[in-house]
Design a protein around this ligand. Structure first.
Ligand code: NAD
Length: 496
């Protein structure tokens, strides 16, 4: 067992009970209330952070509003926005180990994986978005204006920053999800109020320090820590927010979408998933099993596009399930600071209980556990679990569990695989494991999801738009699609 040593800076950051950033000020909540954070690997309290009030959120939005409407930021040129984002990415690179350790302590995930993946992907994404800052274009249009036939016109379309962005994120990839919002917002010239998940605000607060250090003007980036019900709701209702961008559950996303329409606030929603992994008979069965295991067990299954439904062509079903169960049984569970560990704890006792209820539901309804089905503490651990003999309409198959639980069902042919894969309220991602090019190309257009991976799963790239069909959301993050969501179009007609 090799335990990573905490950096003095990590311990110091936690010990000083970090505050929120509103405008230029690092502040407590207006009423002095705090909320505790826990280490999911031990259940012990890590520290407390401010529990923002409605007033705090309103002040943060006002700071962002002023920074957008009337500050040097509103006149910043694309090249400066590009350079600032690049500088921020460099600072994150400098502090990558610290950010990863904070993520590990706060979320439970492996510090090594957080550094190599969460933090690195966030840095890469900011650099990708820095590139867009200088490439935001409008267009000129030759117009006819039929009602004024004797006039000459010059007409063009501007693409302008949408304004103040209210960003609310989930706890499964705290830093990365925040940067998916921050990158396009800062590239386009917006300002941001970020409400990190109740459970995992630490990297957002560190990020705010780095934003200041990078030289962004005050008010461009504000972080309010607090609960969804108070701080998240206050941000959602605030009429000074021009755009809401939300990553979280479908239930909360629906509420936010409805409230956003009261103020006609622009909104993007990145919501839940129940993504299928489809293994065709011709696939390399070993790679497919390893890929399917990683598709569900990575990040303890707390991944919106996790491959949580496995469909295997019948003749290979038993073998693939046995291989995945073998991989699951060999996984070592423990603290994310232990570099020999394959899987960490779930985020909270509540999430552990939720996942456990689904496993019990499976047992009670006569499903078979091919592996796993155990939980232990004092942290919030659930062993990687594979469930078979379960009907397609069962809650285990239809609902998002958001834990290391895979349900596996055999299928007979391509049409059957497509029917089962699409039989879900969600549509975030899907993977097809096959080397039959024709079959793969027949299937891709028929799968109702925002991403389709072939012979891989959950592979993301900053240039590829990411988001959901159906109940998995509205809008896209990443790629140029994100730039579109953080800008408005303005048509200009000049009579000459
Ligand atoms: P959640 O919806 O409970 O919370 C997400 C965020 O919303 C948190 O910051 C929370 O404080 C806030 N919130 C809660 N209630 C609110 C309210 N009434 N008003 C405003 N804000 C409120 O989700 P979660 O349990 O934190 O995250 C897990 C979910 O997120 C899963 O469904 C997962 O699939 C989804 N997710 C989706 C993506 C994606 O890109 N599609 C990525 C990661 C996670």
């Amino acid at each position: 067992m090799a335990i990573a040593t905490l950096l003095p800076a990590t311990t110091a950051f936690i010990q000083r009970a970090p505050r929120m950033l509103i405008g230029a000020e690092w502040v407590e909540a207006a009423d002095g209330q705090t909320m505790p954070l826990h280490n999911p690997a031990t259940g012990e309290q890590l520290c407390v952070v401010p529990r923002a009030t409605v007033d705090d959120v309103d002040r943060a939005v006002l700071a962002a509003r002023q920074a957008f409407d009337d500050s040097p930021w509103s006149r910043t040129r694309p090249r400066e926005r590009q350079n600032l984002l690049w500088k921020l990415a460099d600072l994150m690179q400098r502090d990558a180990e610290l950010l990863a350790q904070l993520e590990c302590l706060n979320n439970g995930k492996s510090a090594a994986v957080a550094q190599a993946m969460d933090v690195q992907l966030a840095i890469d994404f900011l650099r990708y978005m820095a590139g867009w800052a200088t490439k935001i274009e409008g267009s000129s249009v030759e117009v006819s204006v039929p009602l004024m036939p004797d006039q000459q016109f010059h007409s063009f379309i501007r693409r302008e920053a949408v304004g103040v962005v209210g960003a609310i994120v989930a706890w499964n990839f705290p830093l990365l999800l925040a940067c998916w919002k921050l990158g396009p917002a800062l590239a386009t010239g917006c300002t941001v109020v970020l409400k990190p998940a109740d459970e995992t605000p630490l990297t957002a607060l560190k990020l705010a320090e780095l934003v200041q250090e990078a030289g962004y003007p005050d008010g461009v980036f504000n972080v309010v820590t607090g609960t969804g019900i108070t701080a998240g709701a206050a941000l959602t209702h605030n009429p000074r927010v021009d755009k809401l961008t939300f990553t979280g559950s479908t239930a909360v996303g629906k509420e936010i979408g409805k409230i956003a329409m009261d103020n006609m606030t622009r909104v993007t929603l990145e919501l839940g998933g129940k993504s299928p992994t489809i293994v065709m008979a011709d696939a390399d069965q070993g790679s497919a099993a390893a890929g399917a295991a990683s598709a569900i067990f990575f990040n303890q299954g707390q991944v919106c596009c996790a491959g949580s439904r496995l469909y295997v062509q019948r003749k290979h079903f038993d073998n693939v399930v046995a291989d995945i169960a073998g991989i699951a049984n060999a996984m070592k569970l423990g603290s994310g600071l232990d570099t020999s560990v394959d899987m960490g704890p779930l985020i909270s006792a509540r999430q552990q209980e939720r996942v456990w209820r689904y496993i019990e539901m499976g047992r009670d309804s006569g499903a078979t556990l091919a592996c796993g089905g155990e939980r232990f503490g004092p942290g919030y651990f659930v062993k990687p679990t594979v469930i078979v003999d379960v009907d397609q309409q069962h809650s285990l198959v239809q609902e998002e569990i958001f834990g290391p639980v895979l349900v596996a069902i055999p299928f007979d042919d391509e049409a059957d695989a497509l029917r089962l894969a699409n039989d879900s309220p969600y549509g975030l991602g899907a993977s097809i494991w096959s080397n039959d090019l024709a079959a793969v190309h027949r299937m891709i257009p028929r799968i109702k999801s925002g991403s389709v991976w072939v012979n891989c799963h959950s592979a993301l790239d900053p240039a590829l738009p990411f988001g959901g069909y159906k109940m998995s959301g509205v809008g896209r993050e990443m790629g140029y699609a994100a730039i579109e969501h953080y800008t408005e179009l303005k048509s200009v007609l000049i009579k000459l």
